[in-house]
Design a protein around this ligand. Structure first.
Ligand code: NAD
Ligand code: UDP
Length: 328
């Protein structure tokens, strides 16, 4: 049985990846310090004979007994609100955490895949974004802590590959959504769905003309799975190219949820990218991968999940005041 370490296991993507690799009959070691994750995302796995959980902060030295075949490094705050609240931890997990994990990969001769992001392209001047675009990032802006940590993460990963011969893979993930996202993480889908469920107006930032392209989690997991098992070393975009403005998206969510609330407008956060769409030609060619779940279907599955949460979860006070980060 192949053994895989998944960091960020109690988070949204990490927990879905644990499910996938358990179903593929891997022995999965999940690791997390719960800074933005939740135990309930992995509770269903705790009895499985091929799953083990280790509570650990990956910015500290990582010790793991026995052999290891693969590492998926997914630990990192991922929502703009989270990384504005915990900027130093965000920089550390991308830099020190990645360094520790590459050291572990070297010691165990394991293949390591890192979770990079469309944010390495910053506010992109090339559209749609291709992997050979170097990006347009403000190093000292509020999002710089995340963007630069991820850019460093890519650099150190390539250095370990070139200098130490470690087998590495880099996925550049574009906005991915689905069940197990945290209702209060501030990302646009939980934000709008939470507002609809609480009977609040939907807060569109700026004039809503900025665009995003949303990928359903099952498609993302499939792309990551194929990339890990491929022999391609350079970064690969995985996302859904179906692009929409945030204003049109808010209207779609109003229709889907049946809320009678309206859209209200708030300031656009500093350095909020104005456009984002992955060019997925490379993933199509080398992984024979493309997304299968359309937005209507994916949003419905996600809304069903948020609807199933308790009132206590829905009305936690942390759900409000998302705008506090905008002007910093
Ligand atoms: P998430 O916040 O749900 O999950 C991140 C997990 O990492 C959490 O469980 C958190 O507790 C854990 N973590 C953070 N710092 C840690 C540390 N020092 N030690 C151990 N665990 C730590 O976010 P997500 O959406 O699941 O994102 C997972 C990964 O994918 C992140 O690396 C993120 O940058 C990347 N990513 C996600 C998206 C997306 O749209 N979801 C887009 C681009 C990149
Ligand atoms: N956004 C919004 N209202 C919200 C939350 C987010 O209009 O309540 C916008 C945000 O400004 C951005 C887009 O939605 O333009 C996507 O934001 P998200 O935080 O999901 O992720 P990003 O793609 O910016 O990392």
């Amino acid at each position: 049985m192949k053994k895989i370490l998944i960091t960020g296991a109690a988070g949204f993507l990490g927990s879905h990846l644990c499910d996938r690799f358990i179903n593929e009959d891997y022995y999965v070691v999940g690791m997390d310090n719960f800074i933005t994750g939740d135990k309930k995302n992995i509770e269903h796995l705790l009895g499985a004979t091929n799953f083990e959980f280790v509570a650990h902060d990956v910015t500290n030295f990582i010790e793991l007994r026995g052999s290891l075949d693969y590492i998926l490094h997914f630990a990192s705050p991922a929502s703009p609100i989270d990384y504005l609240k915990i900027p130093i931890q965000t920089l550390k997990v991308g830099a020190l955490g990645t360094h520790n994990l590459l050291g572990l990969a070297k010691a165990k001769n394991a293949r390591m895949l890192i979770a990079s992001t469309s944010e390495v392209y910053g506010d992109p001047l090339v559209h749609p974004q291709t992997e050979d675009y170097y990006g347009n990032v403000n190093t000292i802006g509020p999002r710089g802590v995340y963007d630069e940590a991820k850019r460093f993460q890519e650099s150190i990963t390539m250095a370990y590959h070139r200098f130490h011969g470690i087998e590495t893979r880099i996925v550049r993930i574009f906005n991915t959504y689905g069940p197990r996202m945290r209702l209060n993480d501030g990302r646009v889908i939980p934000a709008f769905m939470g507002q609809a469920l609480r009977g609040e107006d939907l807060t569109v930032f700026g004039d809503g003309s900025q665009t995003r392209s949303f990928c359903y989690v099952d498609d993302q997991v499939e792309g990551i799975y194929r990339l890990l098992l491929s022999d391609y070393v350079l970064p690969v975009n995985i996302g859904n190219p179906h692009e929409i403005t945030i204003k049109d998206f808010a209207e779609e969510i109003i229709k889907l949820t049946g809320t009678t609330q309206k859209i209200i407008y708030k300031d656009l956060p500093v350095n909020d990218p104005l456009q984002r769409q992955p060019d997925i030609s490379l993933a199509k060619k080398i992984l024979n991968w493309e997304p299968k779940v359309n937005r209507e279907e994916g949003m419905k599955l996600t809304f069903d999940y948020f609807k199933s949460l308790s009132d206590e979860e829905l009305f936690k006070s942390e759900h409000k005041n998302f705008e506090s980060h905008i002007k910093r």
